[in-house]
Write a new protein. Structure first.
Length: 544
């Protein structure tokens, strides 16, 4: 029997296929590119890869608008390519998890094309339709883009509902036929041998009745709404038949509620959650930095609230957020390393987003048309909220999700070794110094630090399931904590700020002897009073 909780001591790596590696020089990354780079990922030390959507898609939202769940988007390759990826990864002991996008489909999915044909079509109630007129939608709910969550269909005098773009109509989960079709698709992939799913926008699948009155949060009517437990339980029962991991993108599931979602002893639905609070509440557009104290408080609260049986997914970057070494760090080696050791040694399963291990930074966007379609929508919203064109550009350039989507930097050649042709999104000029080839050579590189960190994380049980205790709770930038199991105790001291900090350590720490196991600042030693340099991090092990 395979170990069902293999993910507890695993380190994951997120591949955004479009920007990872292009093997046929069309400027778009592909599945063969992931196959080619498996040895790189093995050498880094990762145990599983989460691959962003590779399914057939009109690509309005870079693959999050799926028109066929069981075939591969030709830009990315073929089903044979995928099977080869799966078997070659498995041969290297690397697992593969895929994105599961079932809150919505593409408006080009055959179900929706049928559904749109008219009220009598057998697929009509695969989606959410309600009576409307051109100027009066069924209610005034807004989608995440800020526009109406409804799109009118003249033909039938009804509108359909979507929490994302109009080209991403929401599925009707109340319809058992929809659920059966989705469950069949899920089994199809699991039977093919994949190792789990990252469940996209999963907390939105249940909606309030259309006459629900919104108070403050415009998205409350589709954030972890009552009744979702029925669907999540059905999903859980399928996953439980396999040895797979599940990580839900579940905004609206608070840290308090997350234990019921993730603790098997509380009949949890999934293994872990990507909370989004660390991004949205700690750095607002217009503020140019993520505040270290806010960041620390969110992460520490999730650590505490899930301590008693729940589990966290740990991350600092993904394909929807800017580069952490720009918005929290100061674009140096030092800050990239400090951030890495700080989040990766928390309790949970750490994920690394492609390029993060190199310290890749935001792209210096200067014109709106350098950014991708859906992001432009947000651009308009920021402008409409009263900012000048220049300010809007500054905010967007800083927070745009395209910052994370520029091509992976493999070497210092023209297109960074990603492709020989002009890539779909520009390569950052700093690939001349920030790239895999250069960082392999440099023993002090961010990449080599990540390798040591991953090895350390996996070598000690205390890091996976040990307890978490925050110390120096209120220091504005020092993030310091203990990880402890029956055998070992580790202490992490990290300064996520740009100013040096003077801190006083509690007696219960000072009275012991500590040995440095990983650091980016050789001068740091345990003393009652100590000075922690900007972006210094040290991991200590208690020796007596
Ligand atoms: O993102 C979804 C997402 O961030 C929302 O579900 C979130 O809950 C909301 O903005 C509230 O803060 C995922 C993908 O990661 C993204 O790339 C897709 O564009 C999106 O879903 C639609 O599928
Ligand atoms: Ca390609």
């Amino acid at each position: 029997m395979a170990d069902k909780t293999w993910w507890k001591n695993a380190v994951g790596y997120q591949v955004y296929p479009r920007s990872f590696k292009d093997t046929n020089d069309d400027g778009v990354g592909d599945i063969r590119g992931i196959i080619e780079k498996l040895p790189y990922l093995k050498d880094l030390g990762v145990d599983f890869i989460w691959v962003n959507p590779i399914y057939k898609s009109p690509n309005v939202d870079n693959g999050y608008d799926i028109s066929d769940y069981e075939s591969i988007e030709p830009e990315f390759g073929t089903m044979d390519d995928f099977k080869e990826l799966l078997s070659k990864a498995h041969a290297l002991d690397i697992k593969i998890i895929l994105d599961l996008v079932v809150n919505h489909t593409s408006d080009q999915h055959p179900w929706f094309l049928e559904s749109k044909k008219g009220k009598d079509n057998p697929y009509r109630d695969y989606y959410l339709w309600a009576d409307a007129t051109e100027d009066k939608m069924p209610n005034d709910w807004k989608s995440f883009s800020g526009h109406s969550a409804w799109t009118y269909d003249k033909n039938s005098g009804q509108a359909y509902f979507h929490v994302f773009a109009a080209q991403q109509p929401d599925l009707n989960w109340k319809n058992p036929k929809v659920r059966q079709a989705i469950y069949k698709m899920i089994r199809w992939w699991l039977d093919l041998g994949i190792d789990g799913f990252r469940m996209d926008a999963i907390s939105h699948i249940q909606k309030e009745p259309w006459d629900f009155k919104i108070k403050d949060n415009p998205w409350a009517p589709f954030m972890n709404v009552k009744g979702i437990d029925k669907y999540m339980t059905e999903l859980r029962d399928i996953f439980n038949e396999y040895s797979v991991m599940t990580v839900g993108e579940a905004s609206g599931v608070t840290s308090r509620k997350a234990i019921n979602w993730t603790d098997p002893n509380r009949d949890g639905y999934i293994n872990m959650i990507f909370q989004l609070e660390q991004n949205v509440q700690v750095g607002k557009p217009g503020e140019q930095r993520i505040q270290p104290l806010g960041f620390k408080k969110v992460l520490a609260r999730w650590q505490r609230d899930l301590a008693d049986g729940g589990w966290n997914a740990l991350y600092v970057e993904n394909h929807d957020n800017p580069r952490i070494n720009t918005v929290l760090g100061n674009q140096t080696k030092q800050s990239a390393k400090a951030i890495a050791a700080t989040y990766m040694l928390l309790r949970g399963t750490p994920f690394i987003y492609q390029g993060q291990e190199l310290g890749m930074t935001n792209y210096p966007f200067t014109k709106p048309d350098q950014m991708d379609g859906l992001d432009m929508d947000i651009f308009k919203q920021i402008e409409q909220s009263g900012h000048s064109k220049e300010e809007t550009m500054k905010i967007m350039s800083h927070w745009s999700r395209d910052n994370a989507r520029t091509p992976m930097q493999w070497d210092d050649s023209k297109f960074a070794g990603f492709s020989d042709k002009t890539p779909w999104l520009a390569v950052n000029d700093n690939h001349q110094t920030i790239n895999v080839e250069a960082e392999i050579q440099d023993s002090d590189s961010i990449l080599n630090f990540y390798k040591k960190l991953i090895a350390l994380r996996k070598s000690e049980k205390a890091f996976s399931d040990g307890s978490f205790e925050l110390i120096l709770d209120n220091d504005p930038s020092v993030f310091s904590y203990l990880r402890k199991d029956s055998e070992q105790t580790f202490l992490i001291i990290s300064n996520l700020g740009e100013k040096s900090r003077n801190v006083t350590l509690p007696e219960k720490i000072v009275k012991h002897n500590w040995q440095v196991v990983l650091t980016n600042d050789e001068t740091l030693q345990i003393n009652k009073n100590l000075q922690v340099a900007p972006f210094a991090v040290t991991v200590f092990k208690k020796i007596n």
